[in-house]
Design a protein around this ligand. Structure first.
Ligand SMILES: Nc1ncnc2c1ncn2[C@@H]1O[C@H](COP(=O)(O)OP(=O)(O)OP(=O)(O)O)[C@@H](O)[C@H]1O
Ligand SMILES: [Mg+2]
Length: 276
């Protein structure tokens, strides 16, 4: 088997006896969009290796291409240049949790959570059981038969998380999944996610605008530049696993947050315009 080359210099050197190779490898990945007659260089070049089982957080200014990168990894978009390799055992290894929930308004909560399992051909009874199990973990048991329109934003986001986790994906792509939630619920779901990932290591790519969230959750935090986004820097939060959300109160967290903010602030355009 061809082993992925260490391109960022950040991961452990690999020898024959040293699996696993990177789950996600990006080499010079770029994405451009046509907007009318203009060509928007949205992302890249991105050079990045993400190890199997690694929880990797992505922070960066608005519009730098974070969602675009997740969509590329999910296979929803193709790179305009470069090479993106996903190494996984299943044919559809990645599940995505979108910034705007991405749940179907015409399906009940239960049917939304069961959706991925139905697509996978999981027998109905088993799929329903697994979906109900995830609804219960997300505190949504009483809303199984409700439609998304009758739920709050936070509840809708929990439906979307339950739907993605129910299919037990090898790679979980989370695009600001907690951004619309109140602070208390956000903290609770961060704890829940930490517990889920500790019980069953998955490769996670997690986009957030919260530096604290990135530090609390991530094995590694990648800082992206302004558009077209590339990886400016990366930091490793100094917390082991298992980890509790309480690390947010530590001086190490405060220190790293300040350091990340220093890296990021130069990339963020002032609100009054004027550019950088
Ligand atoms: N389908 C598309 N067509 C044209 N331009 C697009 C398309 N998708 C994204 N873009 C552009 O690509 C750039 C990156 O967008 P993207 O949504 O990836 O940013 P982001 O980092 O996720 O931002 P945010 O933090 O605000 O969610 C933006 O300039 C955006 O307008
Ligand atoms: Mg986005």
């Amino acid at each position: 088997m061809e082993l992925a080359q260490n391109r960022t210099g950040s991961t452990i050197p690999r020898h024959d006896s040293e699996p696993p190779p990177a789950a996600i490898s990006a080499t010079g990945v770029e994405r451009r969009f046509r907007r009318g007659r203009a060509d928007v260089h949205a992302l890249g070049p991105i050079d990045l290796d993400i190890a199997a089982g690694e929880f990797c957080c992505l922070v960066g200014p608005s519009g730098c291409g974070k969602s675009t990168f997740l969509r590329l990894v999910a296979g929803l978009l193709r790179p305009s240049a470069g090479r993106l390799e996903i190494r996984a055992t299943a044919p559809n290894p990645a599940a995505m949790i979108f910034q705007d929930y991405g749940i179907y308004p015409w399906k009940t909560v239960l049917a939304n959570v069961r959706f991925g399992l139905d697509v996978q051909g999981v027998p109905r009874k088993q799929a329903t059981k697994r979906a109900r199990d995830w609804l219960s973990r997300m505190g949504l048991t009483d809303f199984a038969d409700a439609y998304p329109a009758s739920l709050s934003g936070g509840m809708r986001q929990r439906v979307s998380i339950a739907r993605a986790l129910a299919v037990e994906p090898e790679i979980l792509l989370m695009d600001e999944p907690f951004a619309a939630l109140d602070a208390q619920l956000r903290t609770i779901l961060q704890e829940e996610l930490l517990a889920i990932c500790e019980a069953d290591r998955r490769t996670v790519l997690f986009v957030t605008h919260s530096l604290e969230e990135a530090i609390v959750l991530g094995d590694r935090v990648l800082v992206m530049s302004a558009r077209p986004g590339h990886v400016l820097a990366e930091r490793t939060p100094p917390f082991g696993r298992p980890r509790s959300g309480d690390v947010r109160h530590s001086p190490e967290c405060a220190e790293l947050k300040a350091e990340l903010w220093d890296l990021l602030r130069g990339e963020i355009e002032p609100a009054g315009g004027g550019g950088r």
